[in-house]
Design a protein around this ligand. Structure first.
Ligand SMILES: C[S@@+](CC[C@H](N)C(=O)[O-])C[C@H]1O[C@@H](n2cnc3c(N)ncnc32)[C@H](O)[C@@H]1O
Length: 251
């Protein structure tokens, strides 16, 4: 995390009274303000199980790599270091529930914690991509046991030409390979697959200078009309009939 960016975020974020966009006003009040108390019982159970699991995984390091995890790691350590926290998992879940999203795509399954929060809503179907074979096998087994055929975990890299990405997704969560040019490549590649009222979420937008540069380019893209920076996540939409605007909000 870049400290100077966090300080700037603290000074620049807005509250409900400053929000003139009805869409973002609603997002703030109905999604962000309600997310922390949003019930995600099954996902929390899945997360707790991962946080206690002594299964050992032989990891292939993909993407930007981990400064903390070794090549062989226990699921409980991967869950702690790489898995989404309950606070942000609830937000993913609340977004899906509030907008009645149905089709979701995740880049970076890891042990499946983010996926579990996405799948908390019974209406949603998720495709999640994970490059590491043993990690993908672990999450596929656990998630399928809990959520049945609403989830498919594919052991592929994000750059695989044969990725079975088809049609439009309401919810796209990019949480892996936190570097500038891959992030921009995934953004361009997935933009056409984002439904008109859908949301694309980038994790760790202030994790490094590179990620901030990528985020700033995404925000400036003319197709993006609404961009929301809640510090950990960057959230974008290409809704029509909306003046292009950027928002910095507290979560
Ligand atoms: C931060 S973890 C994902 C956490 C998960 N989304 C969650 O919310 O709990 C990132 C994952 O992305 C995978 N990954 C990174 N770069 C990748 C790539 N280029 N292709 C496939 N998988 C990749 C890593 O192996 C790692 O398991």
């Amino acid at each position: 995390m870049l400290v100077k960016s966090y300080i700037s975020h603290l000074f620049n974020r807005k509250n409900a009274y400053d929000l003139h966009s009805p869409y973002v006003f609603e997002f703030y009040n109905e999604v962000l303000k309600k997310a922390k108390k949003h019930k995600t019982t099954k996902a929390e159970k899945y997360r707790d199980e991962c946080l206690q699991s002594k299964v050992e995984i032989d990891r292939n390091d993909f993407g930007a790599g981990s400064k903390v995890l070794k090549h062989k790691a226990l699921v409980k350590d991967i869950a702690r270091v790489a898995g989404v926290s309950s606070k942000y998992g609830r937000l993913l879940s609340r977004i899906i529930e509030f907008y009645n999203f149905n089709r979701a795509l995740e880049f970076g399954t890891s042990v499946g914690i983010g996926a579990a929060f996405i799948l908390e809503n019974d209406e949603v179907v998720l495709t999640s991509i994970e490059g590491c074979t043993e990690t993908a096998n672990f999450s596929r087994k656990g998630l399928t046991k809990m959520y049945g055929n609403r989830v498919e975990v594919l052991n592929m890299t994000f750059d695989d030409e044969n990725l079975p990405i088809t049609g439009k997704y309401d919810f796209i969560y990019i949480d892996g390979n936190h570097k500038k040019s891959p992030t921009l490549r995934y953004f361009k590649m997935l933009l056409n697959h984002l439904s008109e009222n859908g949301l694309m979420i980038f994790d760790d937008i202030h994790w490094s200078e590179e990620m901030e540069e990528a985020w700033n380019i995404i925000v400036e893209d003319p197709i993006i009309t609404v961009s929301i920076d809640i510090f950990k996540f960057g959230i974008v939409s290409k809704r029509k009939g909306q003046r292009k605007e950027h928002f910095i909000l507290k979560y």
